[in-house]
Design a protein around this ligand. Structure first.
Ligand SMILES: [Zn+2]
Length: 224
């Protein structure tokens, strides 16, 4: 009984007792509204194409729409420092990536993260993207911190689509030579795609052969 308490916790959705390394039980994980892994490249989905514009990306991977549970957990972790949600997000990302690769999904040679601005990093104390994605990536993955911010940008969430594009124009630079490499750029929420696209453009200029956007979630058209 005591051991049960020590090594188990409750599912974040249905409250069932589960192994303490996980946050969702198997049933809730299977029922979670992930994007279907059968459509490996989400840019081929008409509803995603209408919501997100990624002209410099060859493909897009994401767990689900930024709504419901996923929105709740991501925003609480990011803006309200609910750090207990970290493990839950890692579990979701890892599960969806496994399904993606089981279906022949794109395997990057190297991963980059959209760098958080220095002021936001200092204010938050952690980078919610690397915290949830690094533990979810396969062991031995090549991860680079060389994608850096070139200029000070305003938070994208306060801006219109046109302003977002202007705000992040030439925002990133990459000093590493990634000639011929297959690249993934990771972010937590992709809203219009403008930040991701500017980062993808920087990777292409540095010689990348292919660039994919990997995101935890995508903002649906009706909530922009
Ligand atoms: Zn459950």
């Amino acid at each position: 009984m005591l051991l049960n308490c020590l090594f188990s916790s409750r599912c974040a959705c249905c409250q069932a007792l589960i192994n303490h390394n996980h946050s969702l039980c198997n049933n809730c994980l299977v029922d979670f509204p992930f994007f279907s892994p059968s459509q490996n490249n989400l840019l081929l989905r008409p509803d995603v194409k209408r919501a997100i514009s990624l002209k410099y990306c060859n493909g897009l991977f994401a767990c689900g729409w930024y709504q419901g549970w996923l929105q709740d957990w991501l925003s609480k972790y990011k803006f309200h420092k609910r750090t207990y949600l970290k493990q839950l997000l890692i579990q979701l990302i890892r599960y969806q990536m496994q399904r993606f690769w089981q279906n022949g999904g794109f395997i990057p040679d190297i991963y980059f993260f959209i760098p958080l601005s220095q002021t936001r990093y200092v204010a938050r104390g952690y980078n919610q993207v690397t915290q949830t994605w690094l533990p979810a990536l396969p062991t031995g993955s090549q991860v680079s911190q060389d994608l850096v911010r070139n200029k000070i940008t305003k938070p994208q969430s306060q801006l219109s689509k046109t302003e977002r594009r202007r705000n992040v124009k030439n925002a990133f630079c990459l000093s590493t030579n990634i000639q011929g490499k297959k690249v993934a750029i990771i972010d937590d929420v992709v809203t219009t795609g403008s930040t991701m696209d500017v980062a993808a453009h920087a990777c292409l200029q540095a010689g990348a052969a292919q660039v994919w956007a990997f995101a935890t979630s995508l903002t649906p058209l009706n909530s922009k």
